[in-house]
Design a protein around this ligand. Structure first.
Ligand code: HEM
Ligand code: NAG
Ligand code: NAG
Ligand code: NAG
Ligand code: NAG
Ligand code: NAG
Length: 276
């Protein structure tokens, strides 16, 4: 891949051409022993071999490079979340895809395609959960900022109803809206926030496959921090969000102090501030 900086056009050709089944970057579904996680984007990168197919030993550099090569995402957009990924791992400088499911490092409640941690499997794609997004924006064949905001609102309402342990603060709101902006931008258009439904977004979520065969291409314009945060803000504005109370907290690692302790401290602080 060292040629890529010298010959960008050539490397693009290599990436596009080699995505055919059977080639180096062809789609191969994971074996039962492969690690997969709550992030459809990274699972897809492993399913195509842009990240290790076993989903293990992922470094910050490798995940940023693969996201740039395949999704044309500026590393500056992802470096923060990639570093948080290391907190989910027991290794000093790598994580596996399933590590990322560690609740309340990045992984949050009211996701688009996974059950809440307290209720079920927060790691694996779930069609029932995904239905809200799948059925959104009826009558047209694309998702957009309005539908993405509505989906977040509906998914949150379902979690509030079914999950007594829900965590829904600024932190989760920020991450949720960021992931919505990412699917709209990467599978659609970062400027308009419009992304094709069945041929791109649904295939990507359900099969964790890059929809090259359906006509998807790497976004031609790099997704930089400014364009992604503008789109994130637009989704936030369209989602009618309200907190469920409590304060944001960050779990520090797999063996770190129990999540519930920090939540209890948070609740105390929250009640003190609310009293004022
Ligand atoms: C630096 C690398 C990345 C890390 C460490 C990471 C981590 C995660 C984690 C932990 C989740 C689970 C959140 C949850 O739903 O509870 C997630 C979800 C998600 N990620 Fe990533 N991610 C990365 C890169 C990307 C990229 C490049 C994209 C888009 C191309 C992306 C799109 C998404 C989407 C759409 C979801 C939402 C899934 C859902 O709500 O069901 N991520 N990611
Ligand atoms: C890869 O990751 C696994 C699981 O974390 C670990 O046991 C193994 O030692 C790692 N291998 C390398 C070469 O780093
Ligand atoms: C949910 O909250 C209850 C009450 O705080 C606690 O006993 C239980 O362990 C929590 N469950 C999970 C999965 O966090
Ligand atoms: C998917 O999520 C729904 C709603 O939480 C749940 O009833 C169902 O058992 C889950 N399916 C699987 C295969 O885990
Ligand atoms: C999204 O699409 C729906 C259905 O066509 C439309 O009513 C809505 O105005 C669109 N939102 C934006 C921001 O264009
Ligand atoms: C995104 O939409 C804008 C505005 O309609 C358009 O100028 C641009 O070419 C589109 N970009 C892509 C990659 O389709």
């Amino acid at each position: 891949m060292h040629f890529s900086s010298l010959l960008p056009a050539f490397s693009l050709f290599v990436i596009g051409a080699s995505a055919c089944p059977g080639s180096q970057y062809g789609f191969i579904p994971p074996k039962p022993t492969d690690s997969r996680g709550p992030c459809p984007a990274l699972n897809a990168l492993s399913n195509h071999g842009y990240l290790p197919r076993d989903g293990q030993n992922i470094t910050i550099r490798s995940v940023l490079q693969a996201s740039l090569d395949v999704y044309n995402i500026d590393p500056a957009v992802l470096v923060g979340v990639a570093k948080l990924g290391l907190l989910t791992s027991n290794e000093p400088d790598t994580f596996s895809l399933s590590d990322l499911a560690l609740h309340e490092v990045i992984e949050f409640d009211a996701s688009l395609s996974r059950e809440d941690f307290a209720i079920g499997d927060n790691n694996k794609f779930n069609e029932t959960i995904f239905e809200t997004l799948a059925d959104a924006n009826p009558g047209v064949n694309y998702y957009n900022i309005t539908s993405a905001g509505k989906v977040q609102e509906q998914r949150l309402a379902i979690s509030e109803r079914t999950n007594p342990n829900i965590t829904n603060t600024d932190k989760e709101f920020g991450f949720r809206s960021f992931t919505s902006a990412l699917y709209l931008a990467v599978l659609g258009n970062v400027t308009t926030g419009v992304a094709p439904k069945s041929i791109f977004v649904q295939i990507w979520f359900r099969e964790e496959r890059l929809p090259y065969a359906e006509g998807w291409q790497r976004p031609e314009k790099i997704l930089d921090p400014t364009s992604v945060s503008t789109l994130t803000g637009a989704v936030q504005a369209a989602s009618n969000w309200v907190t469920s109370g409590g304060c944001p907290y960050l779990r520090q690692g797999p063996g770190a102090a129990p999540t519930l302790d920090s939540q209890a401290i948070c609740k105390q602080l929250d009640s003190l501030t609310r009293g004022k």
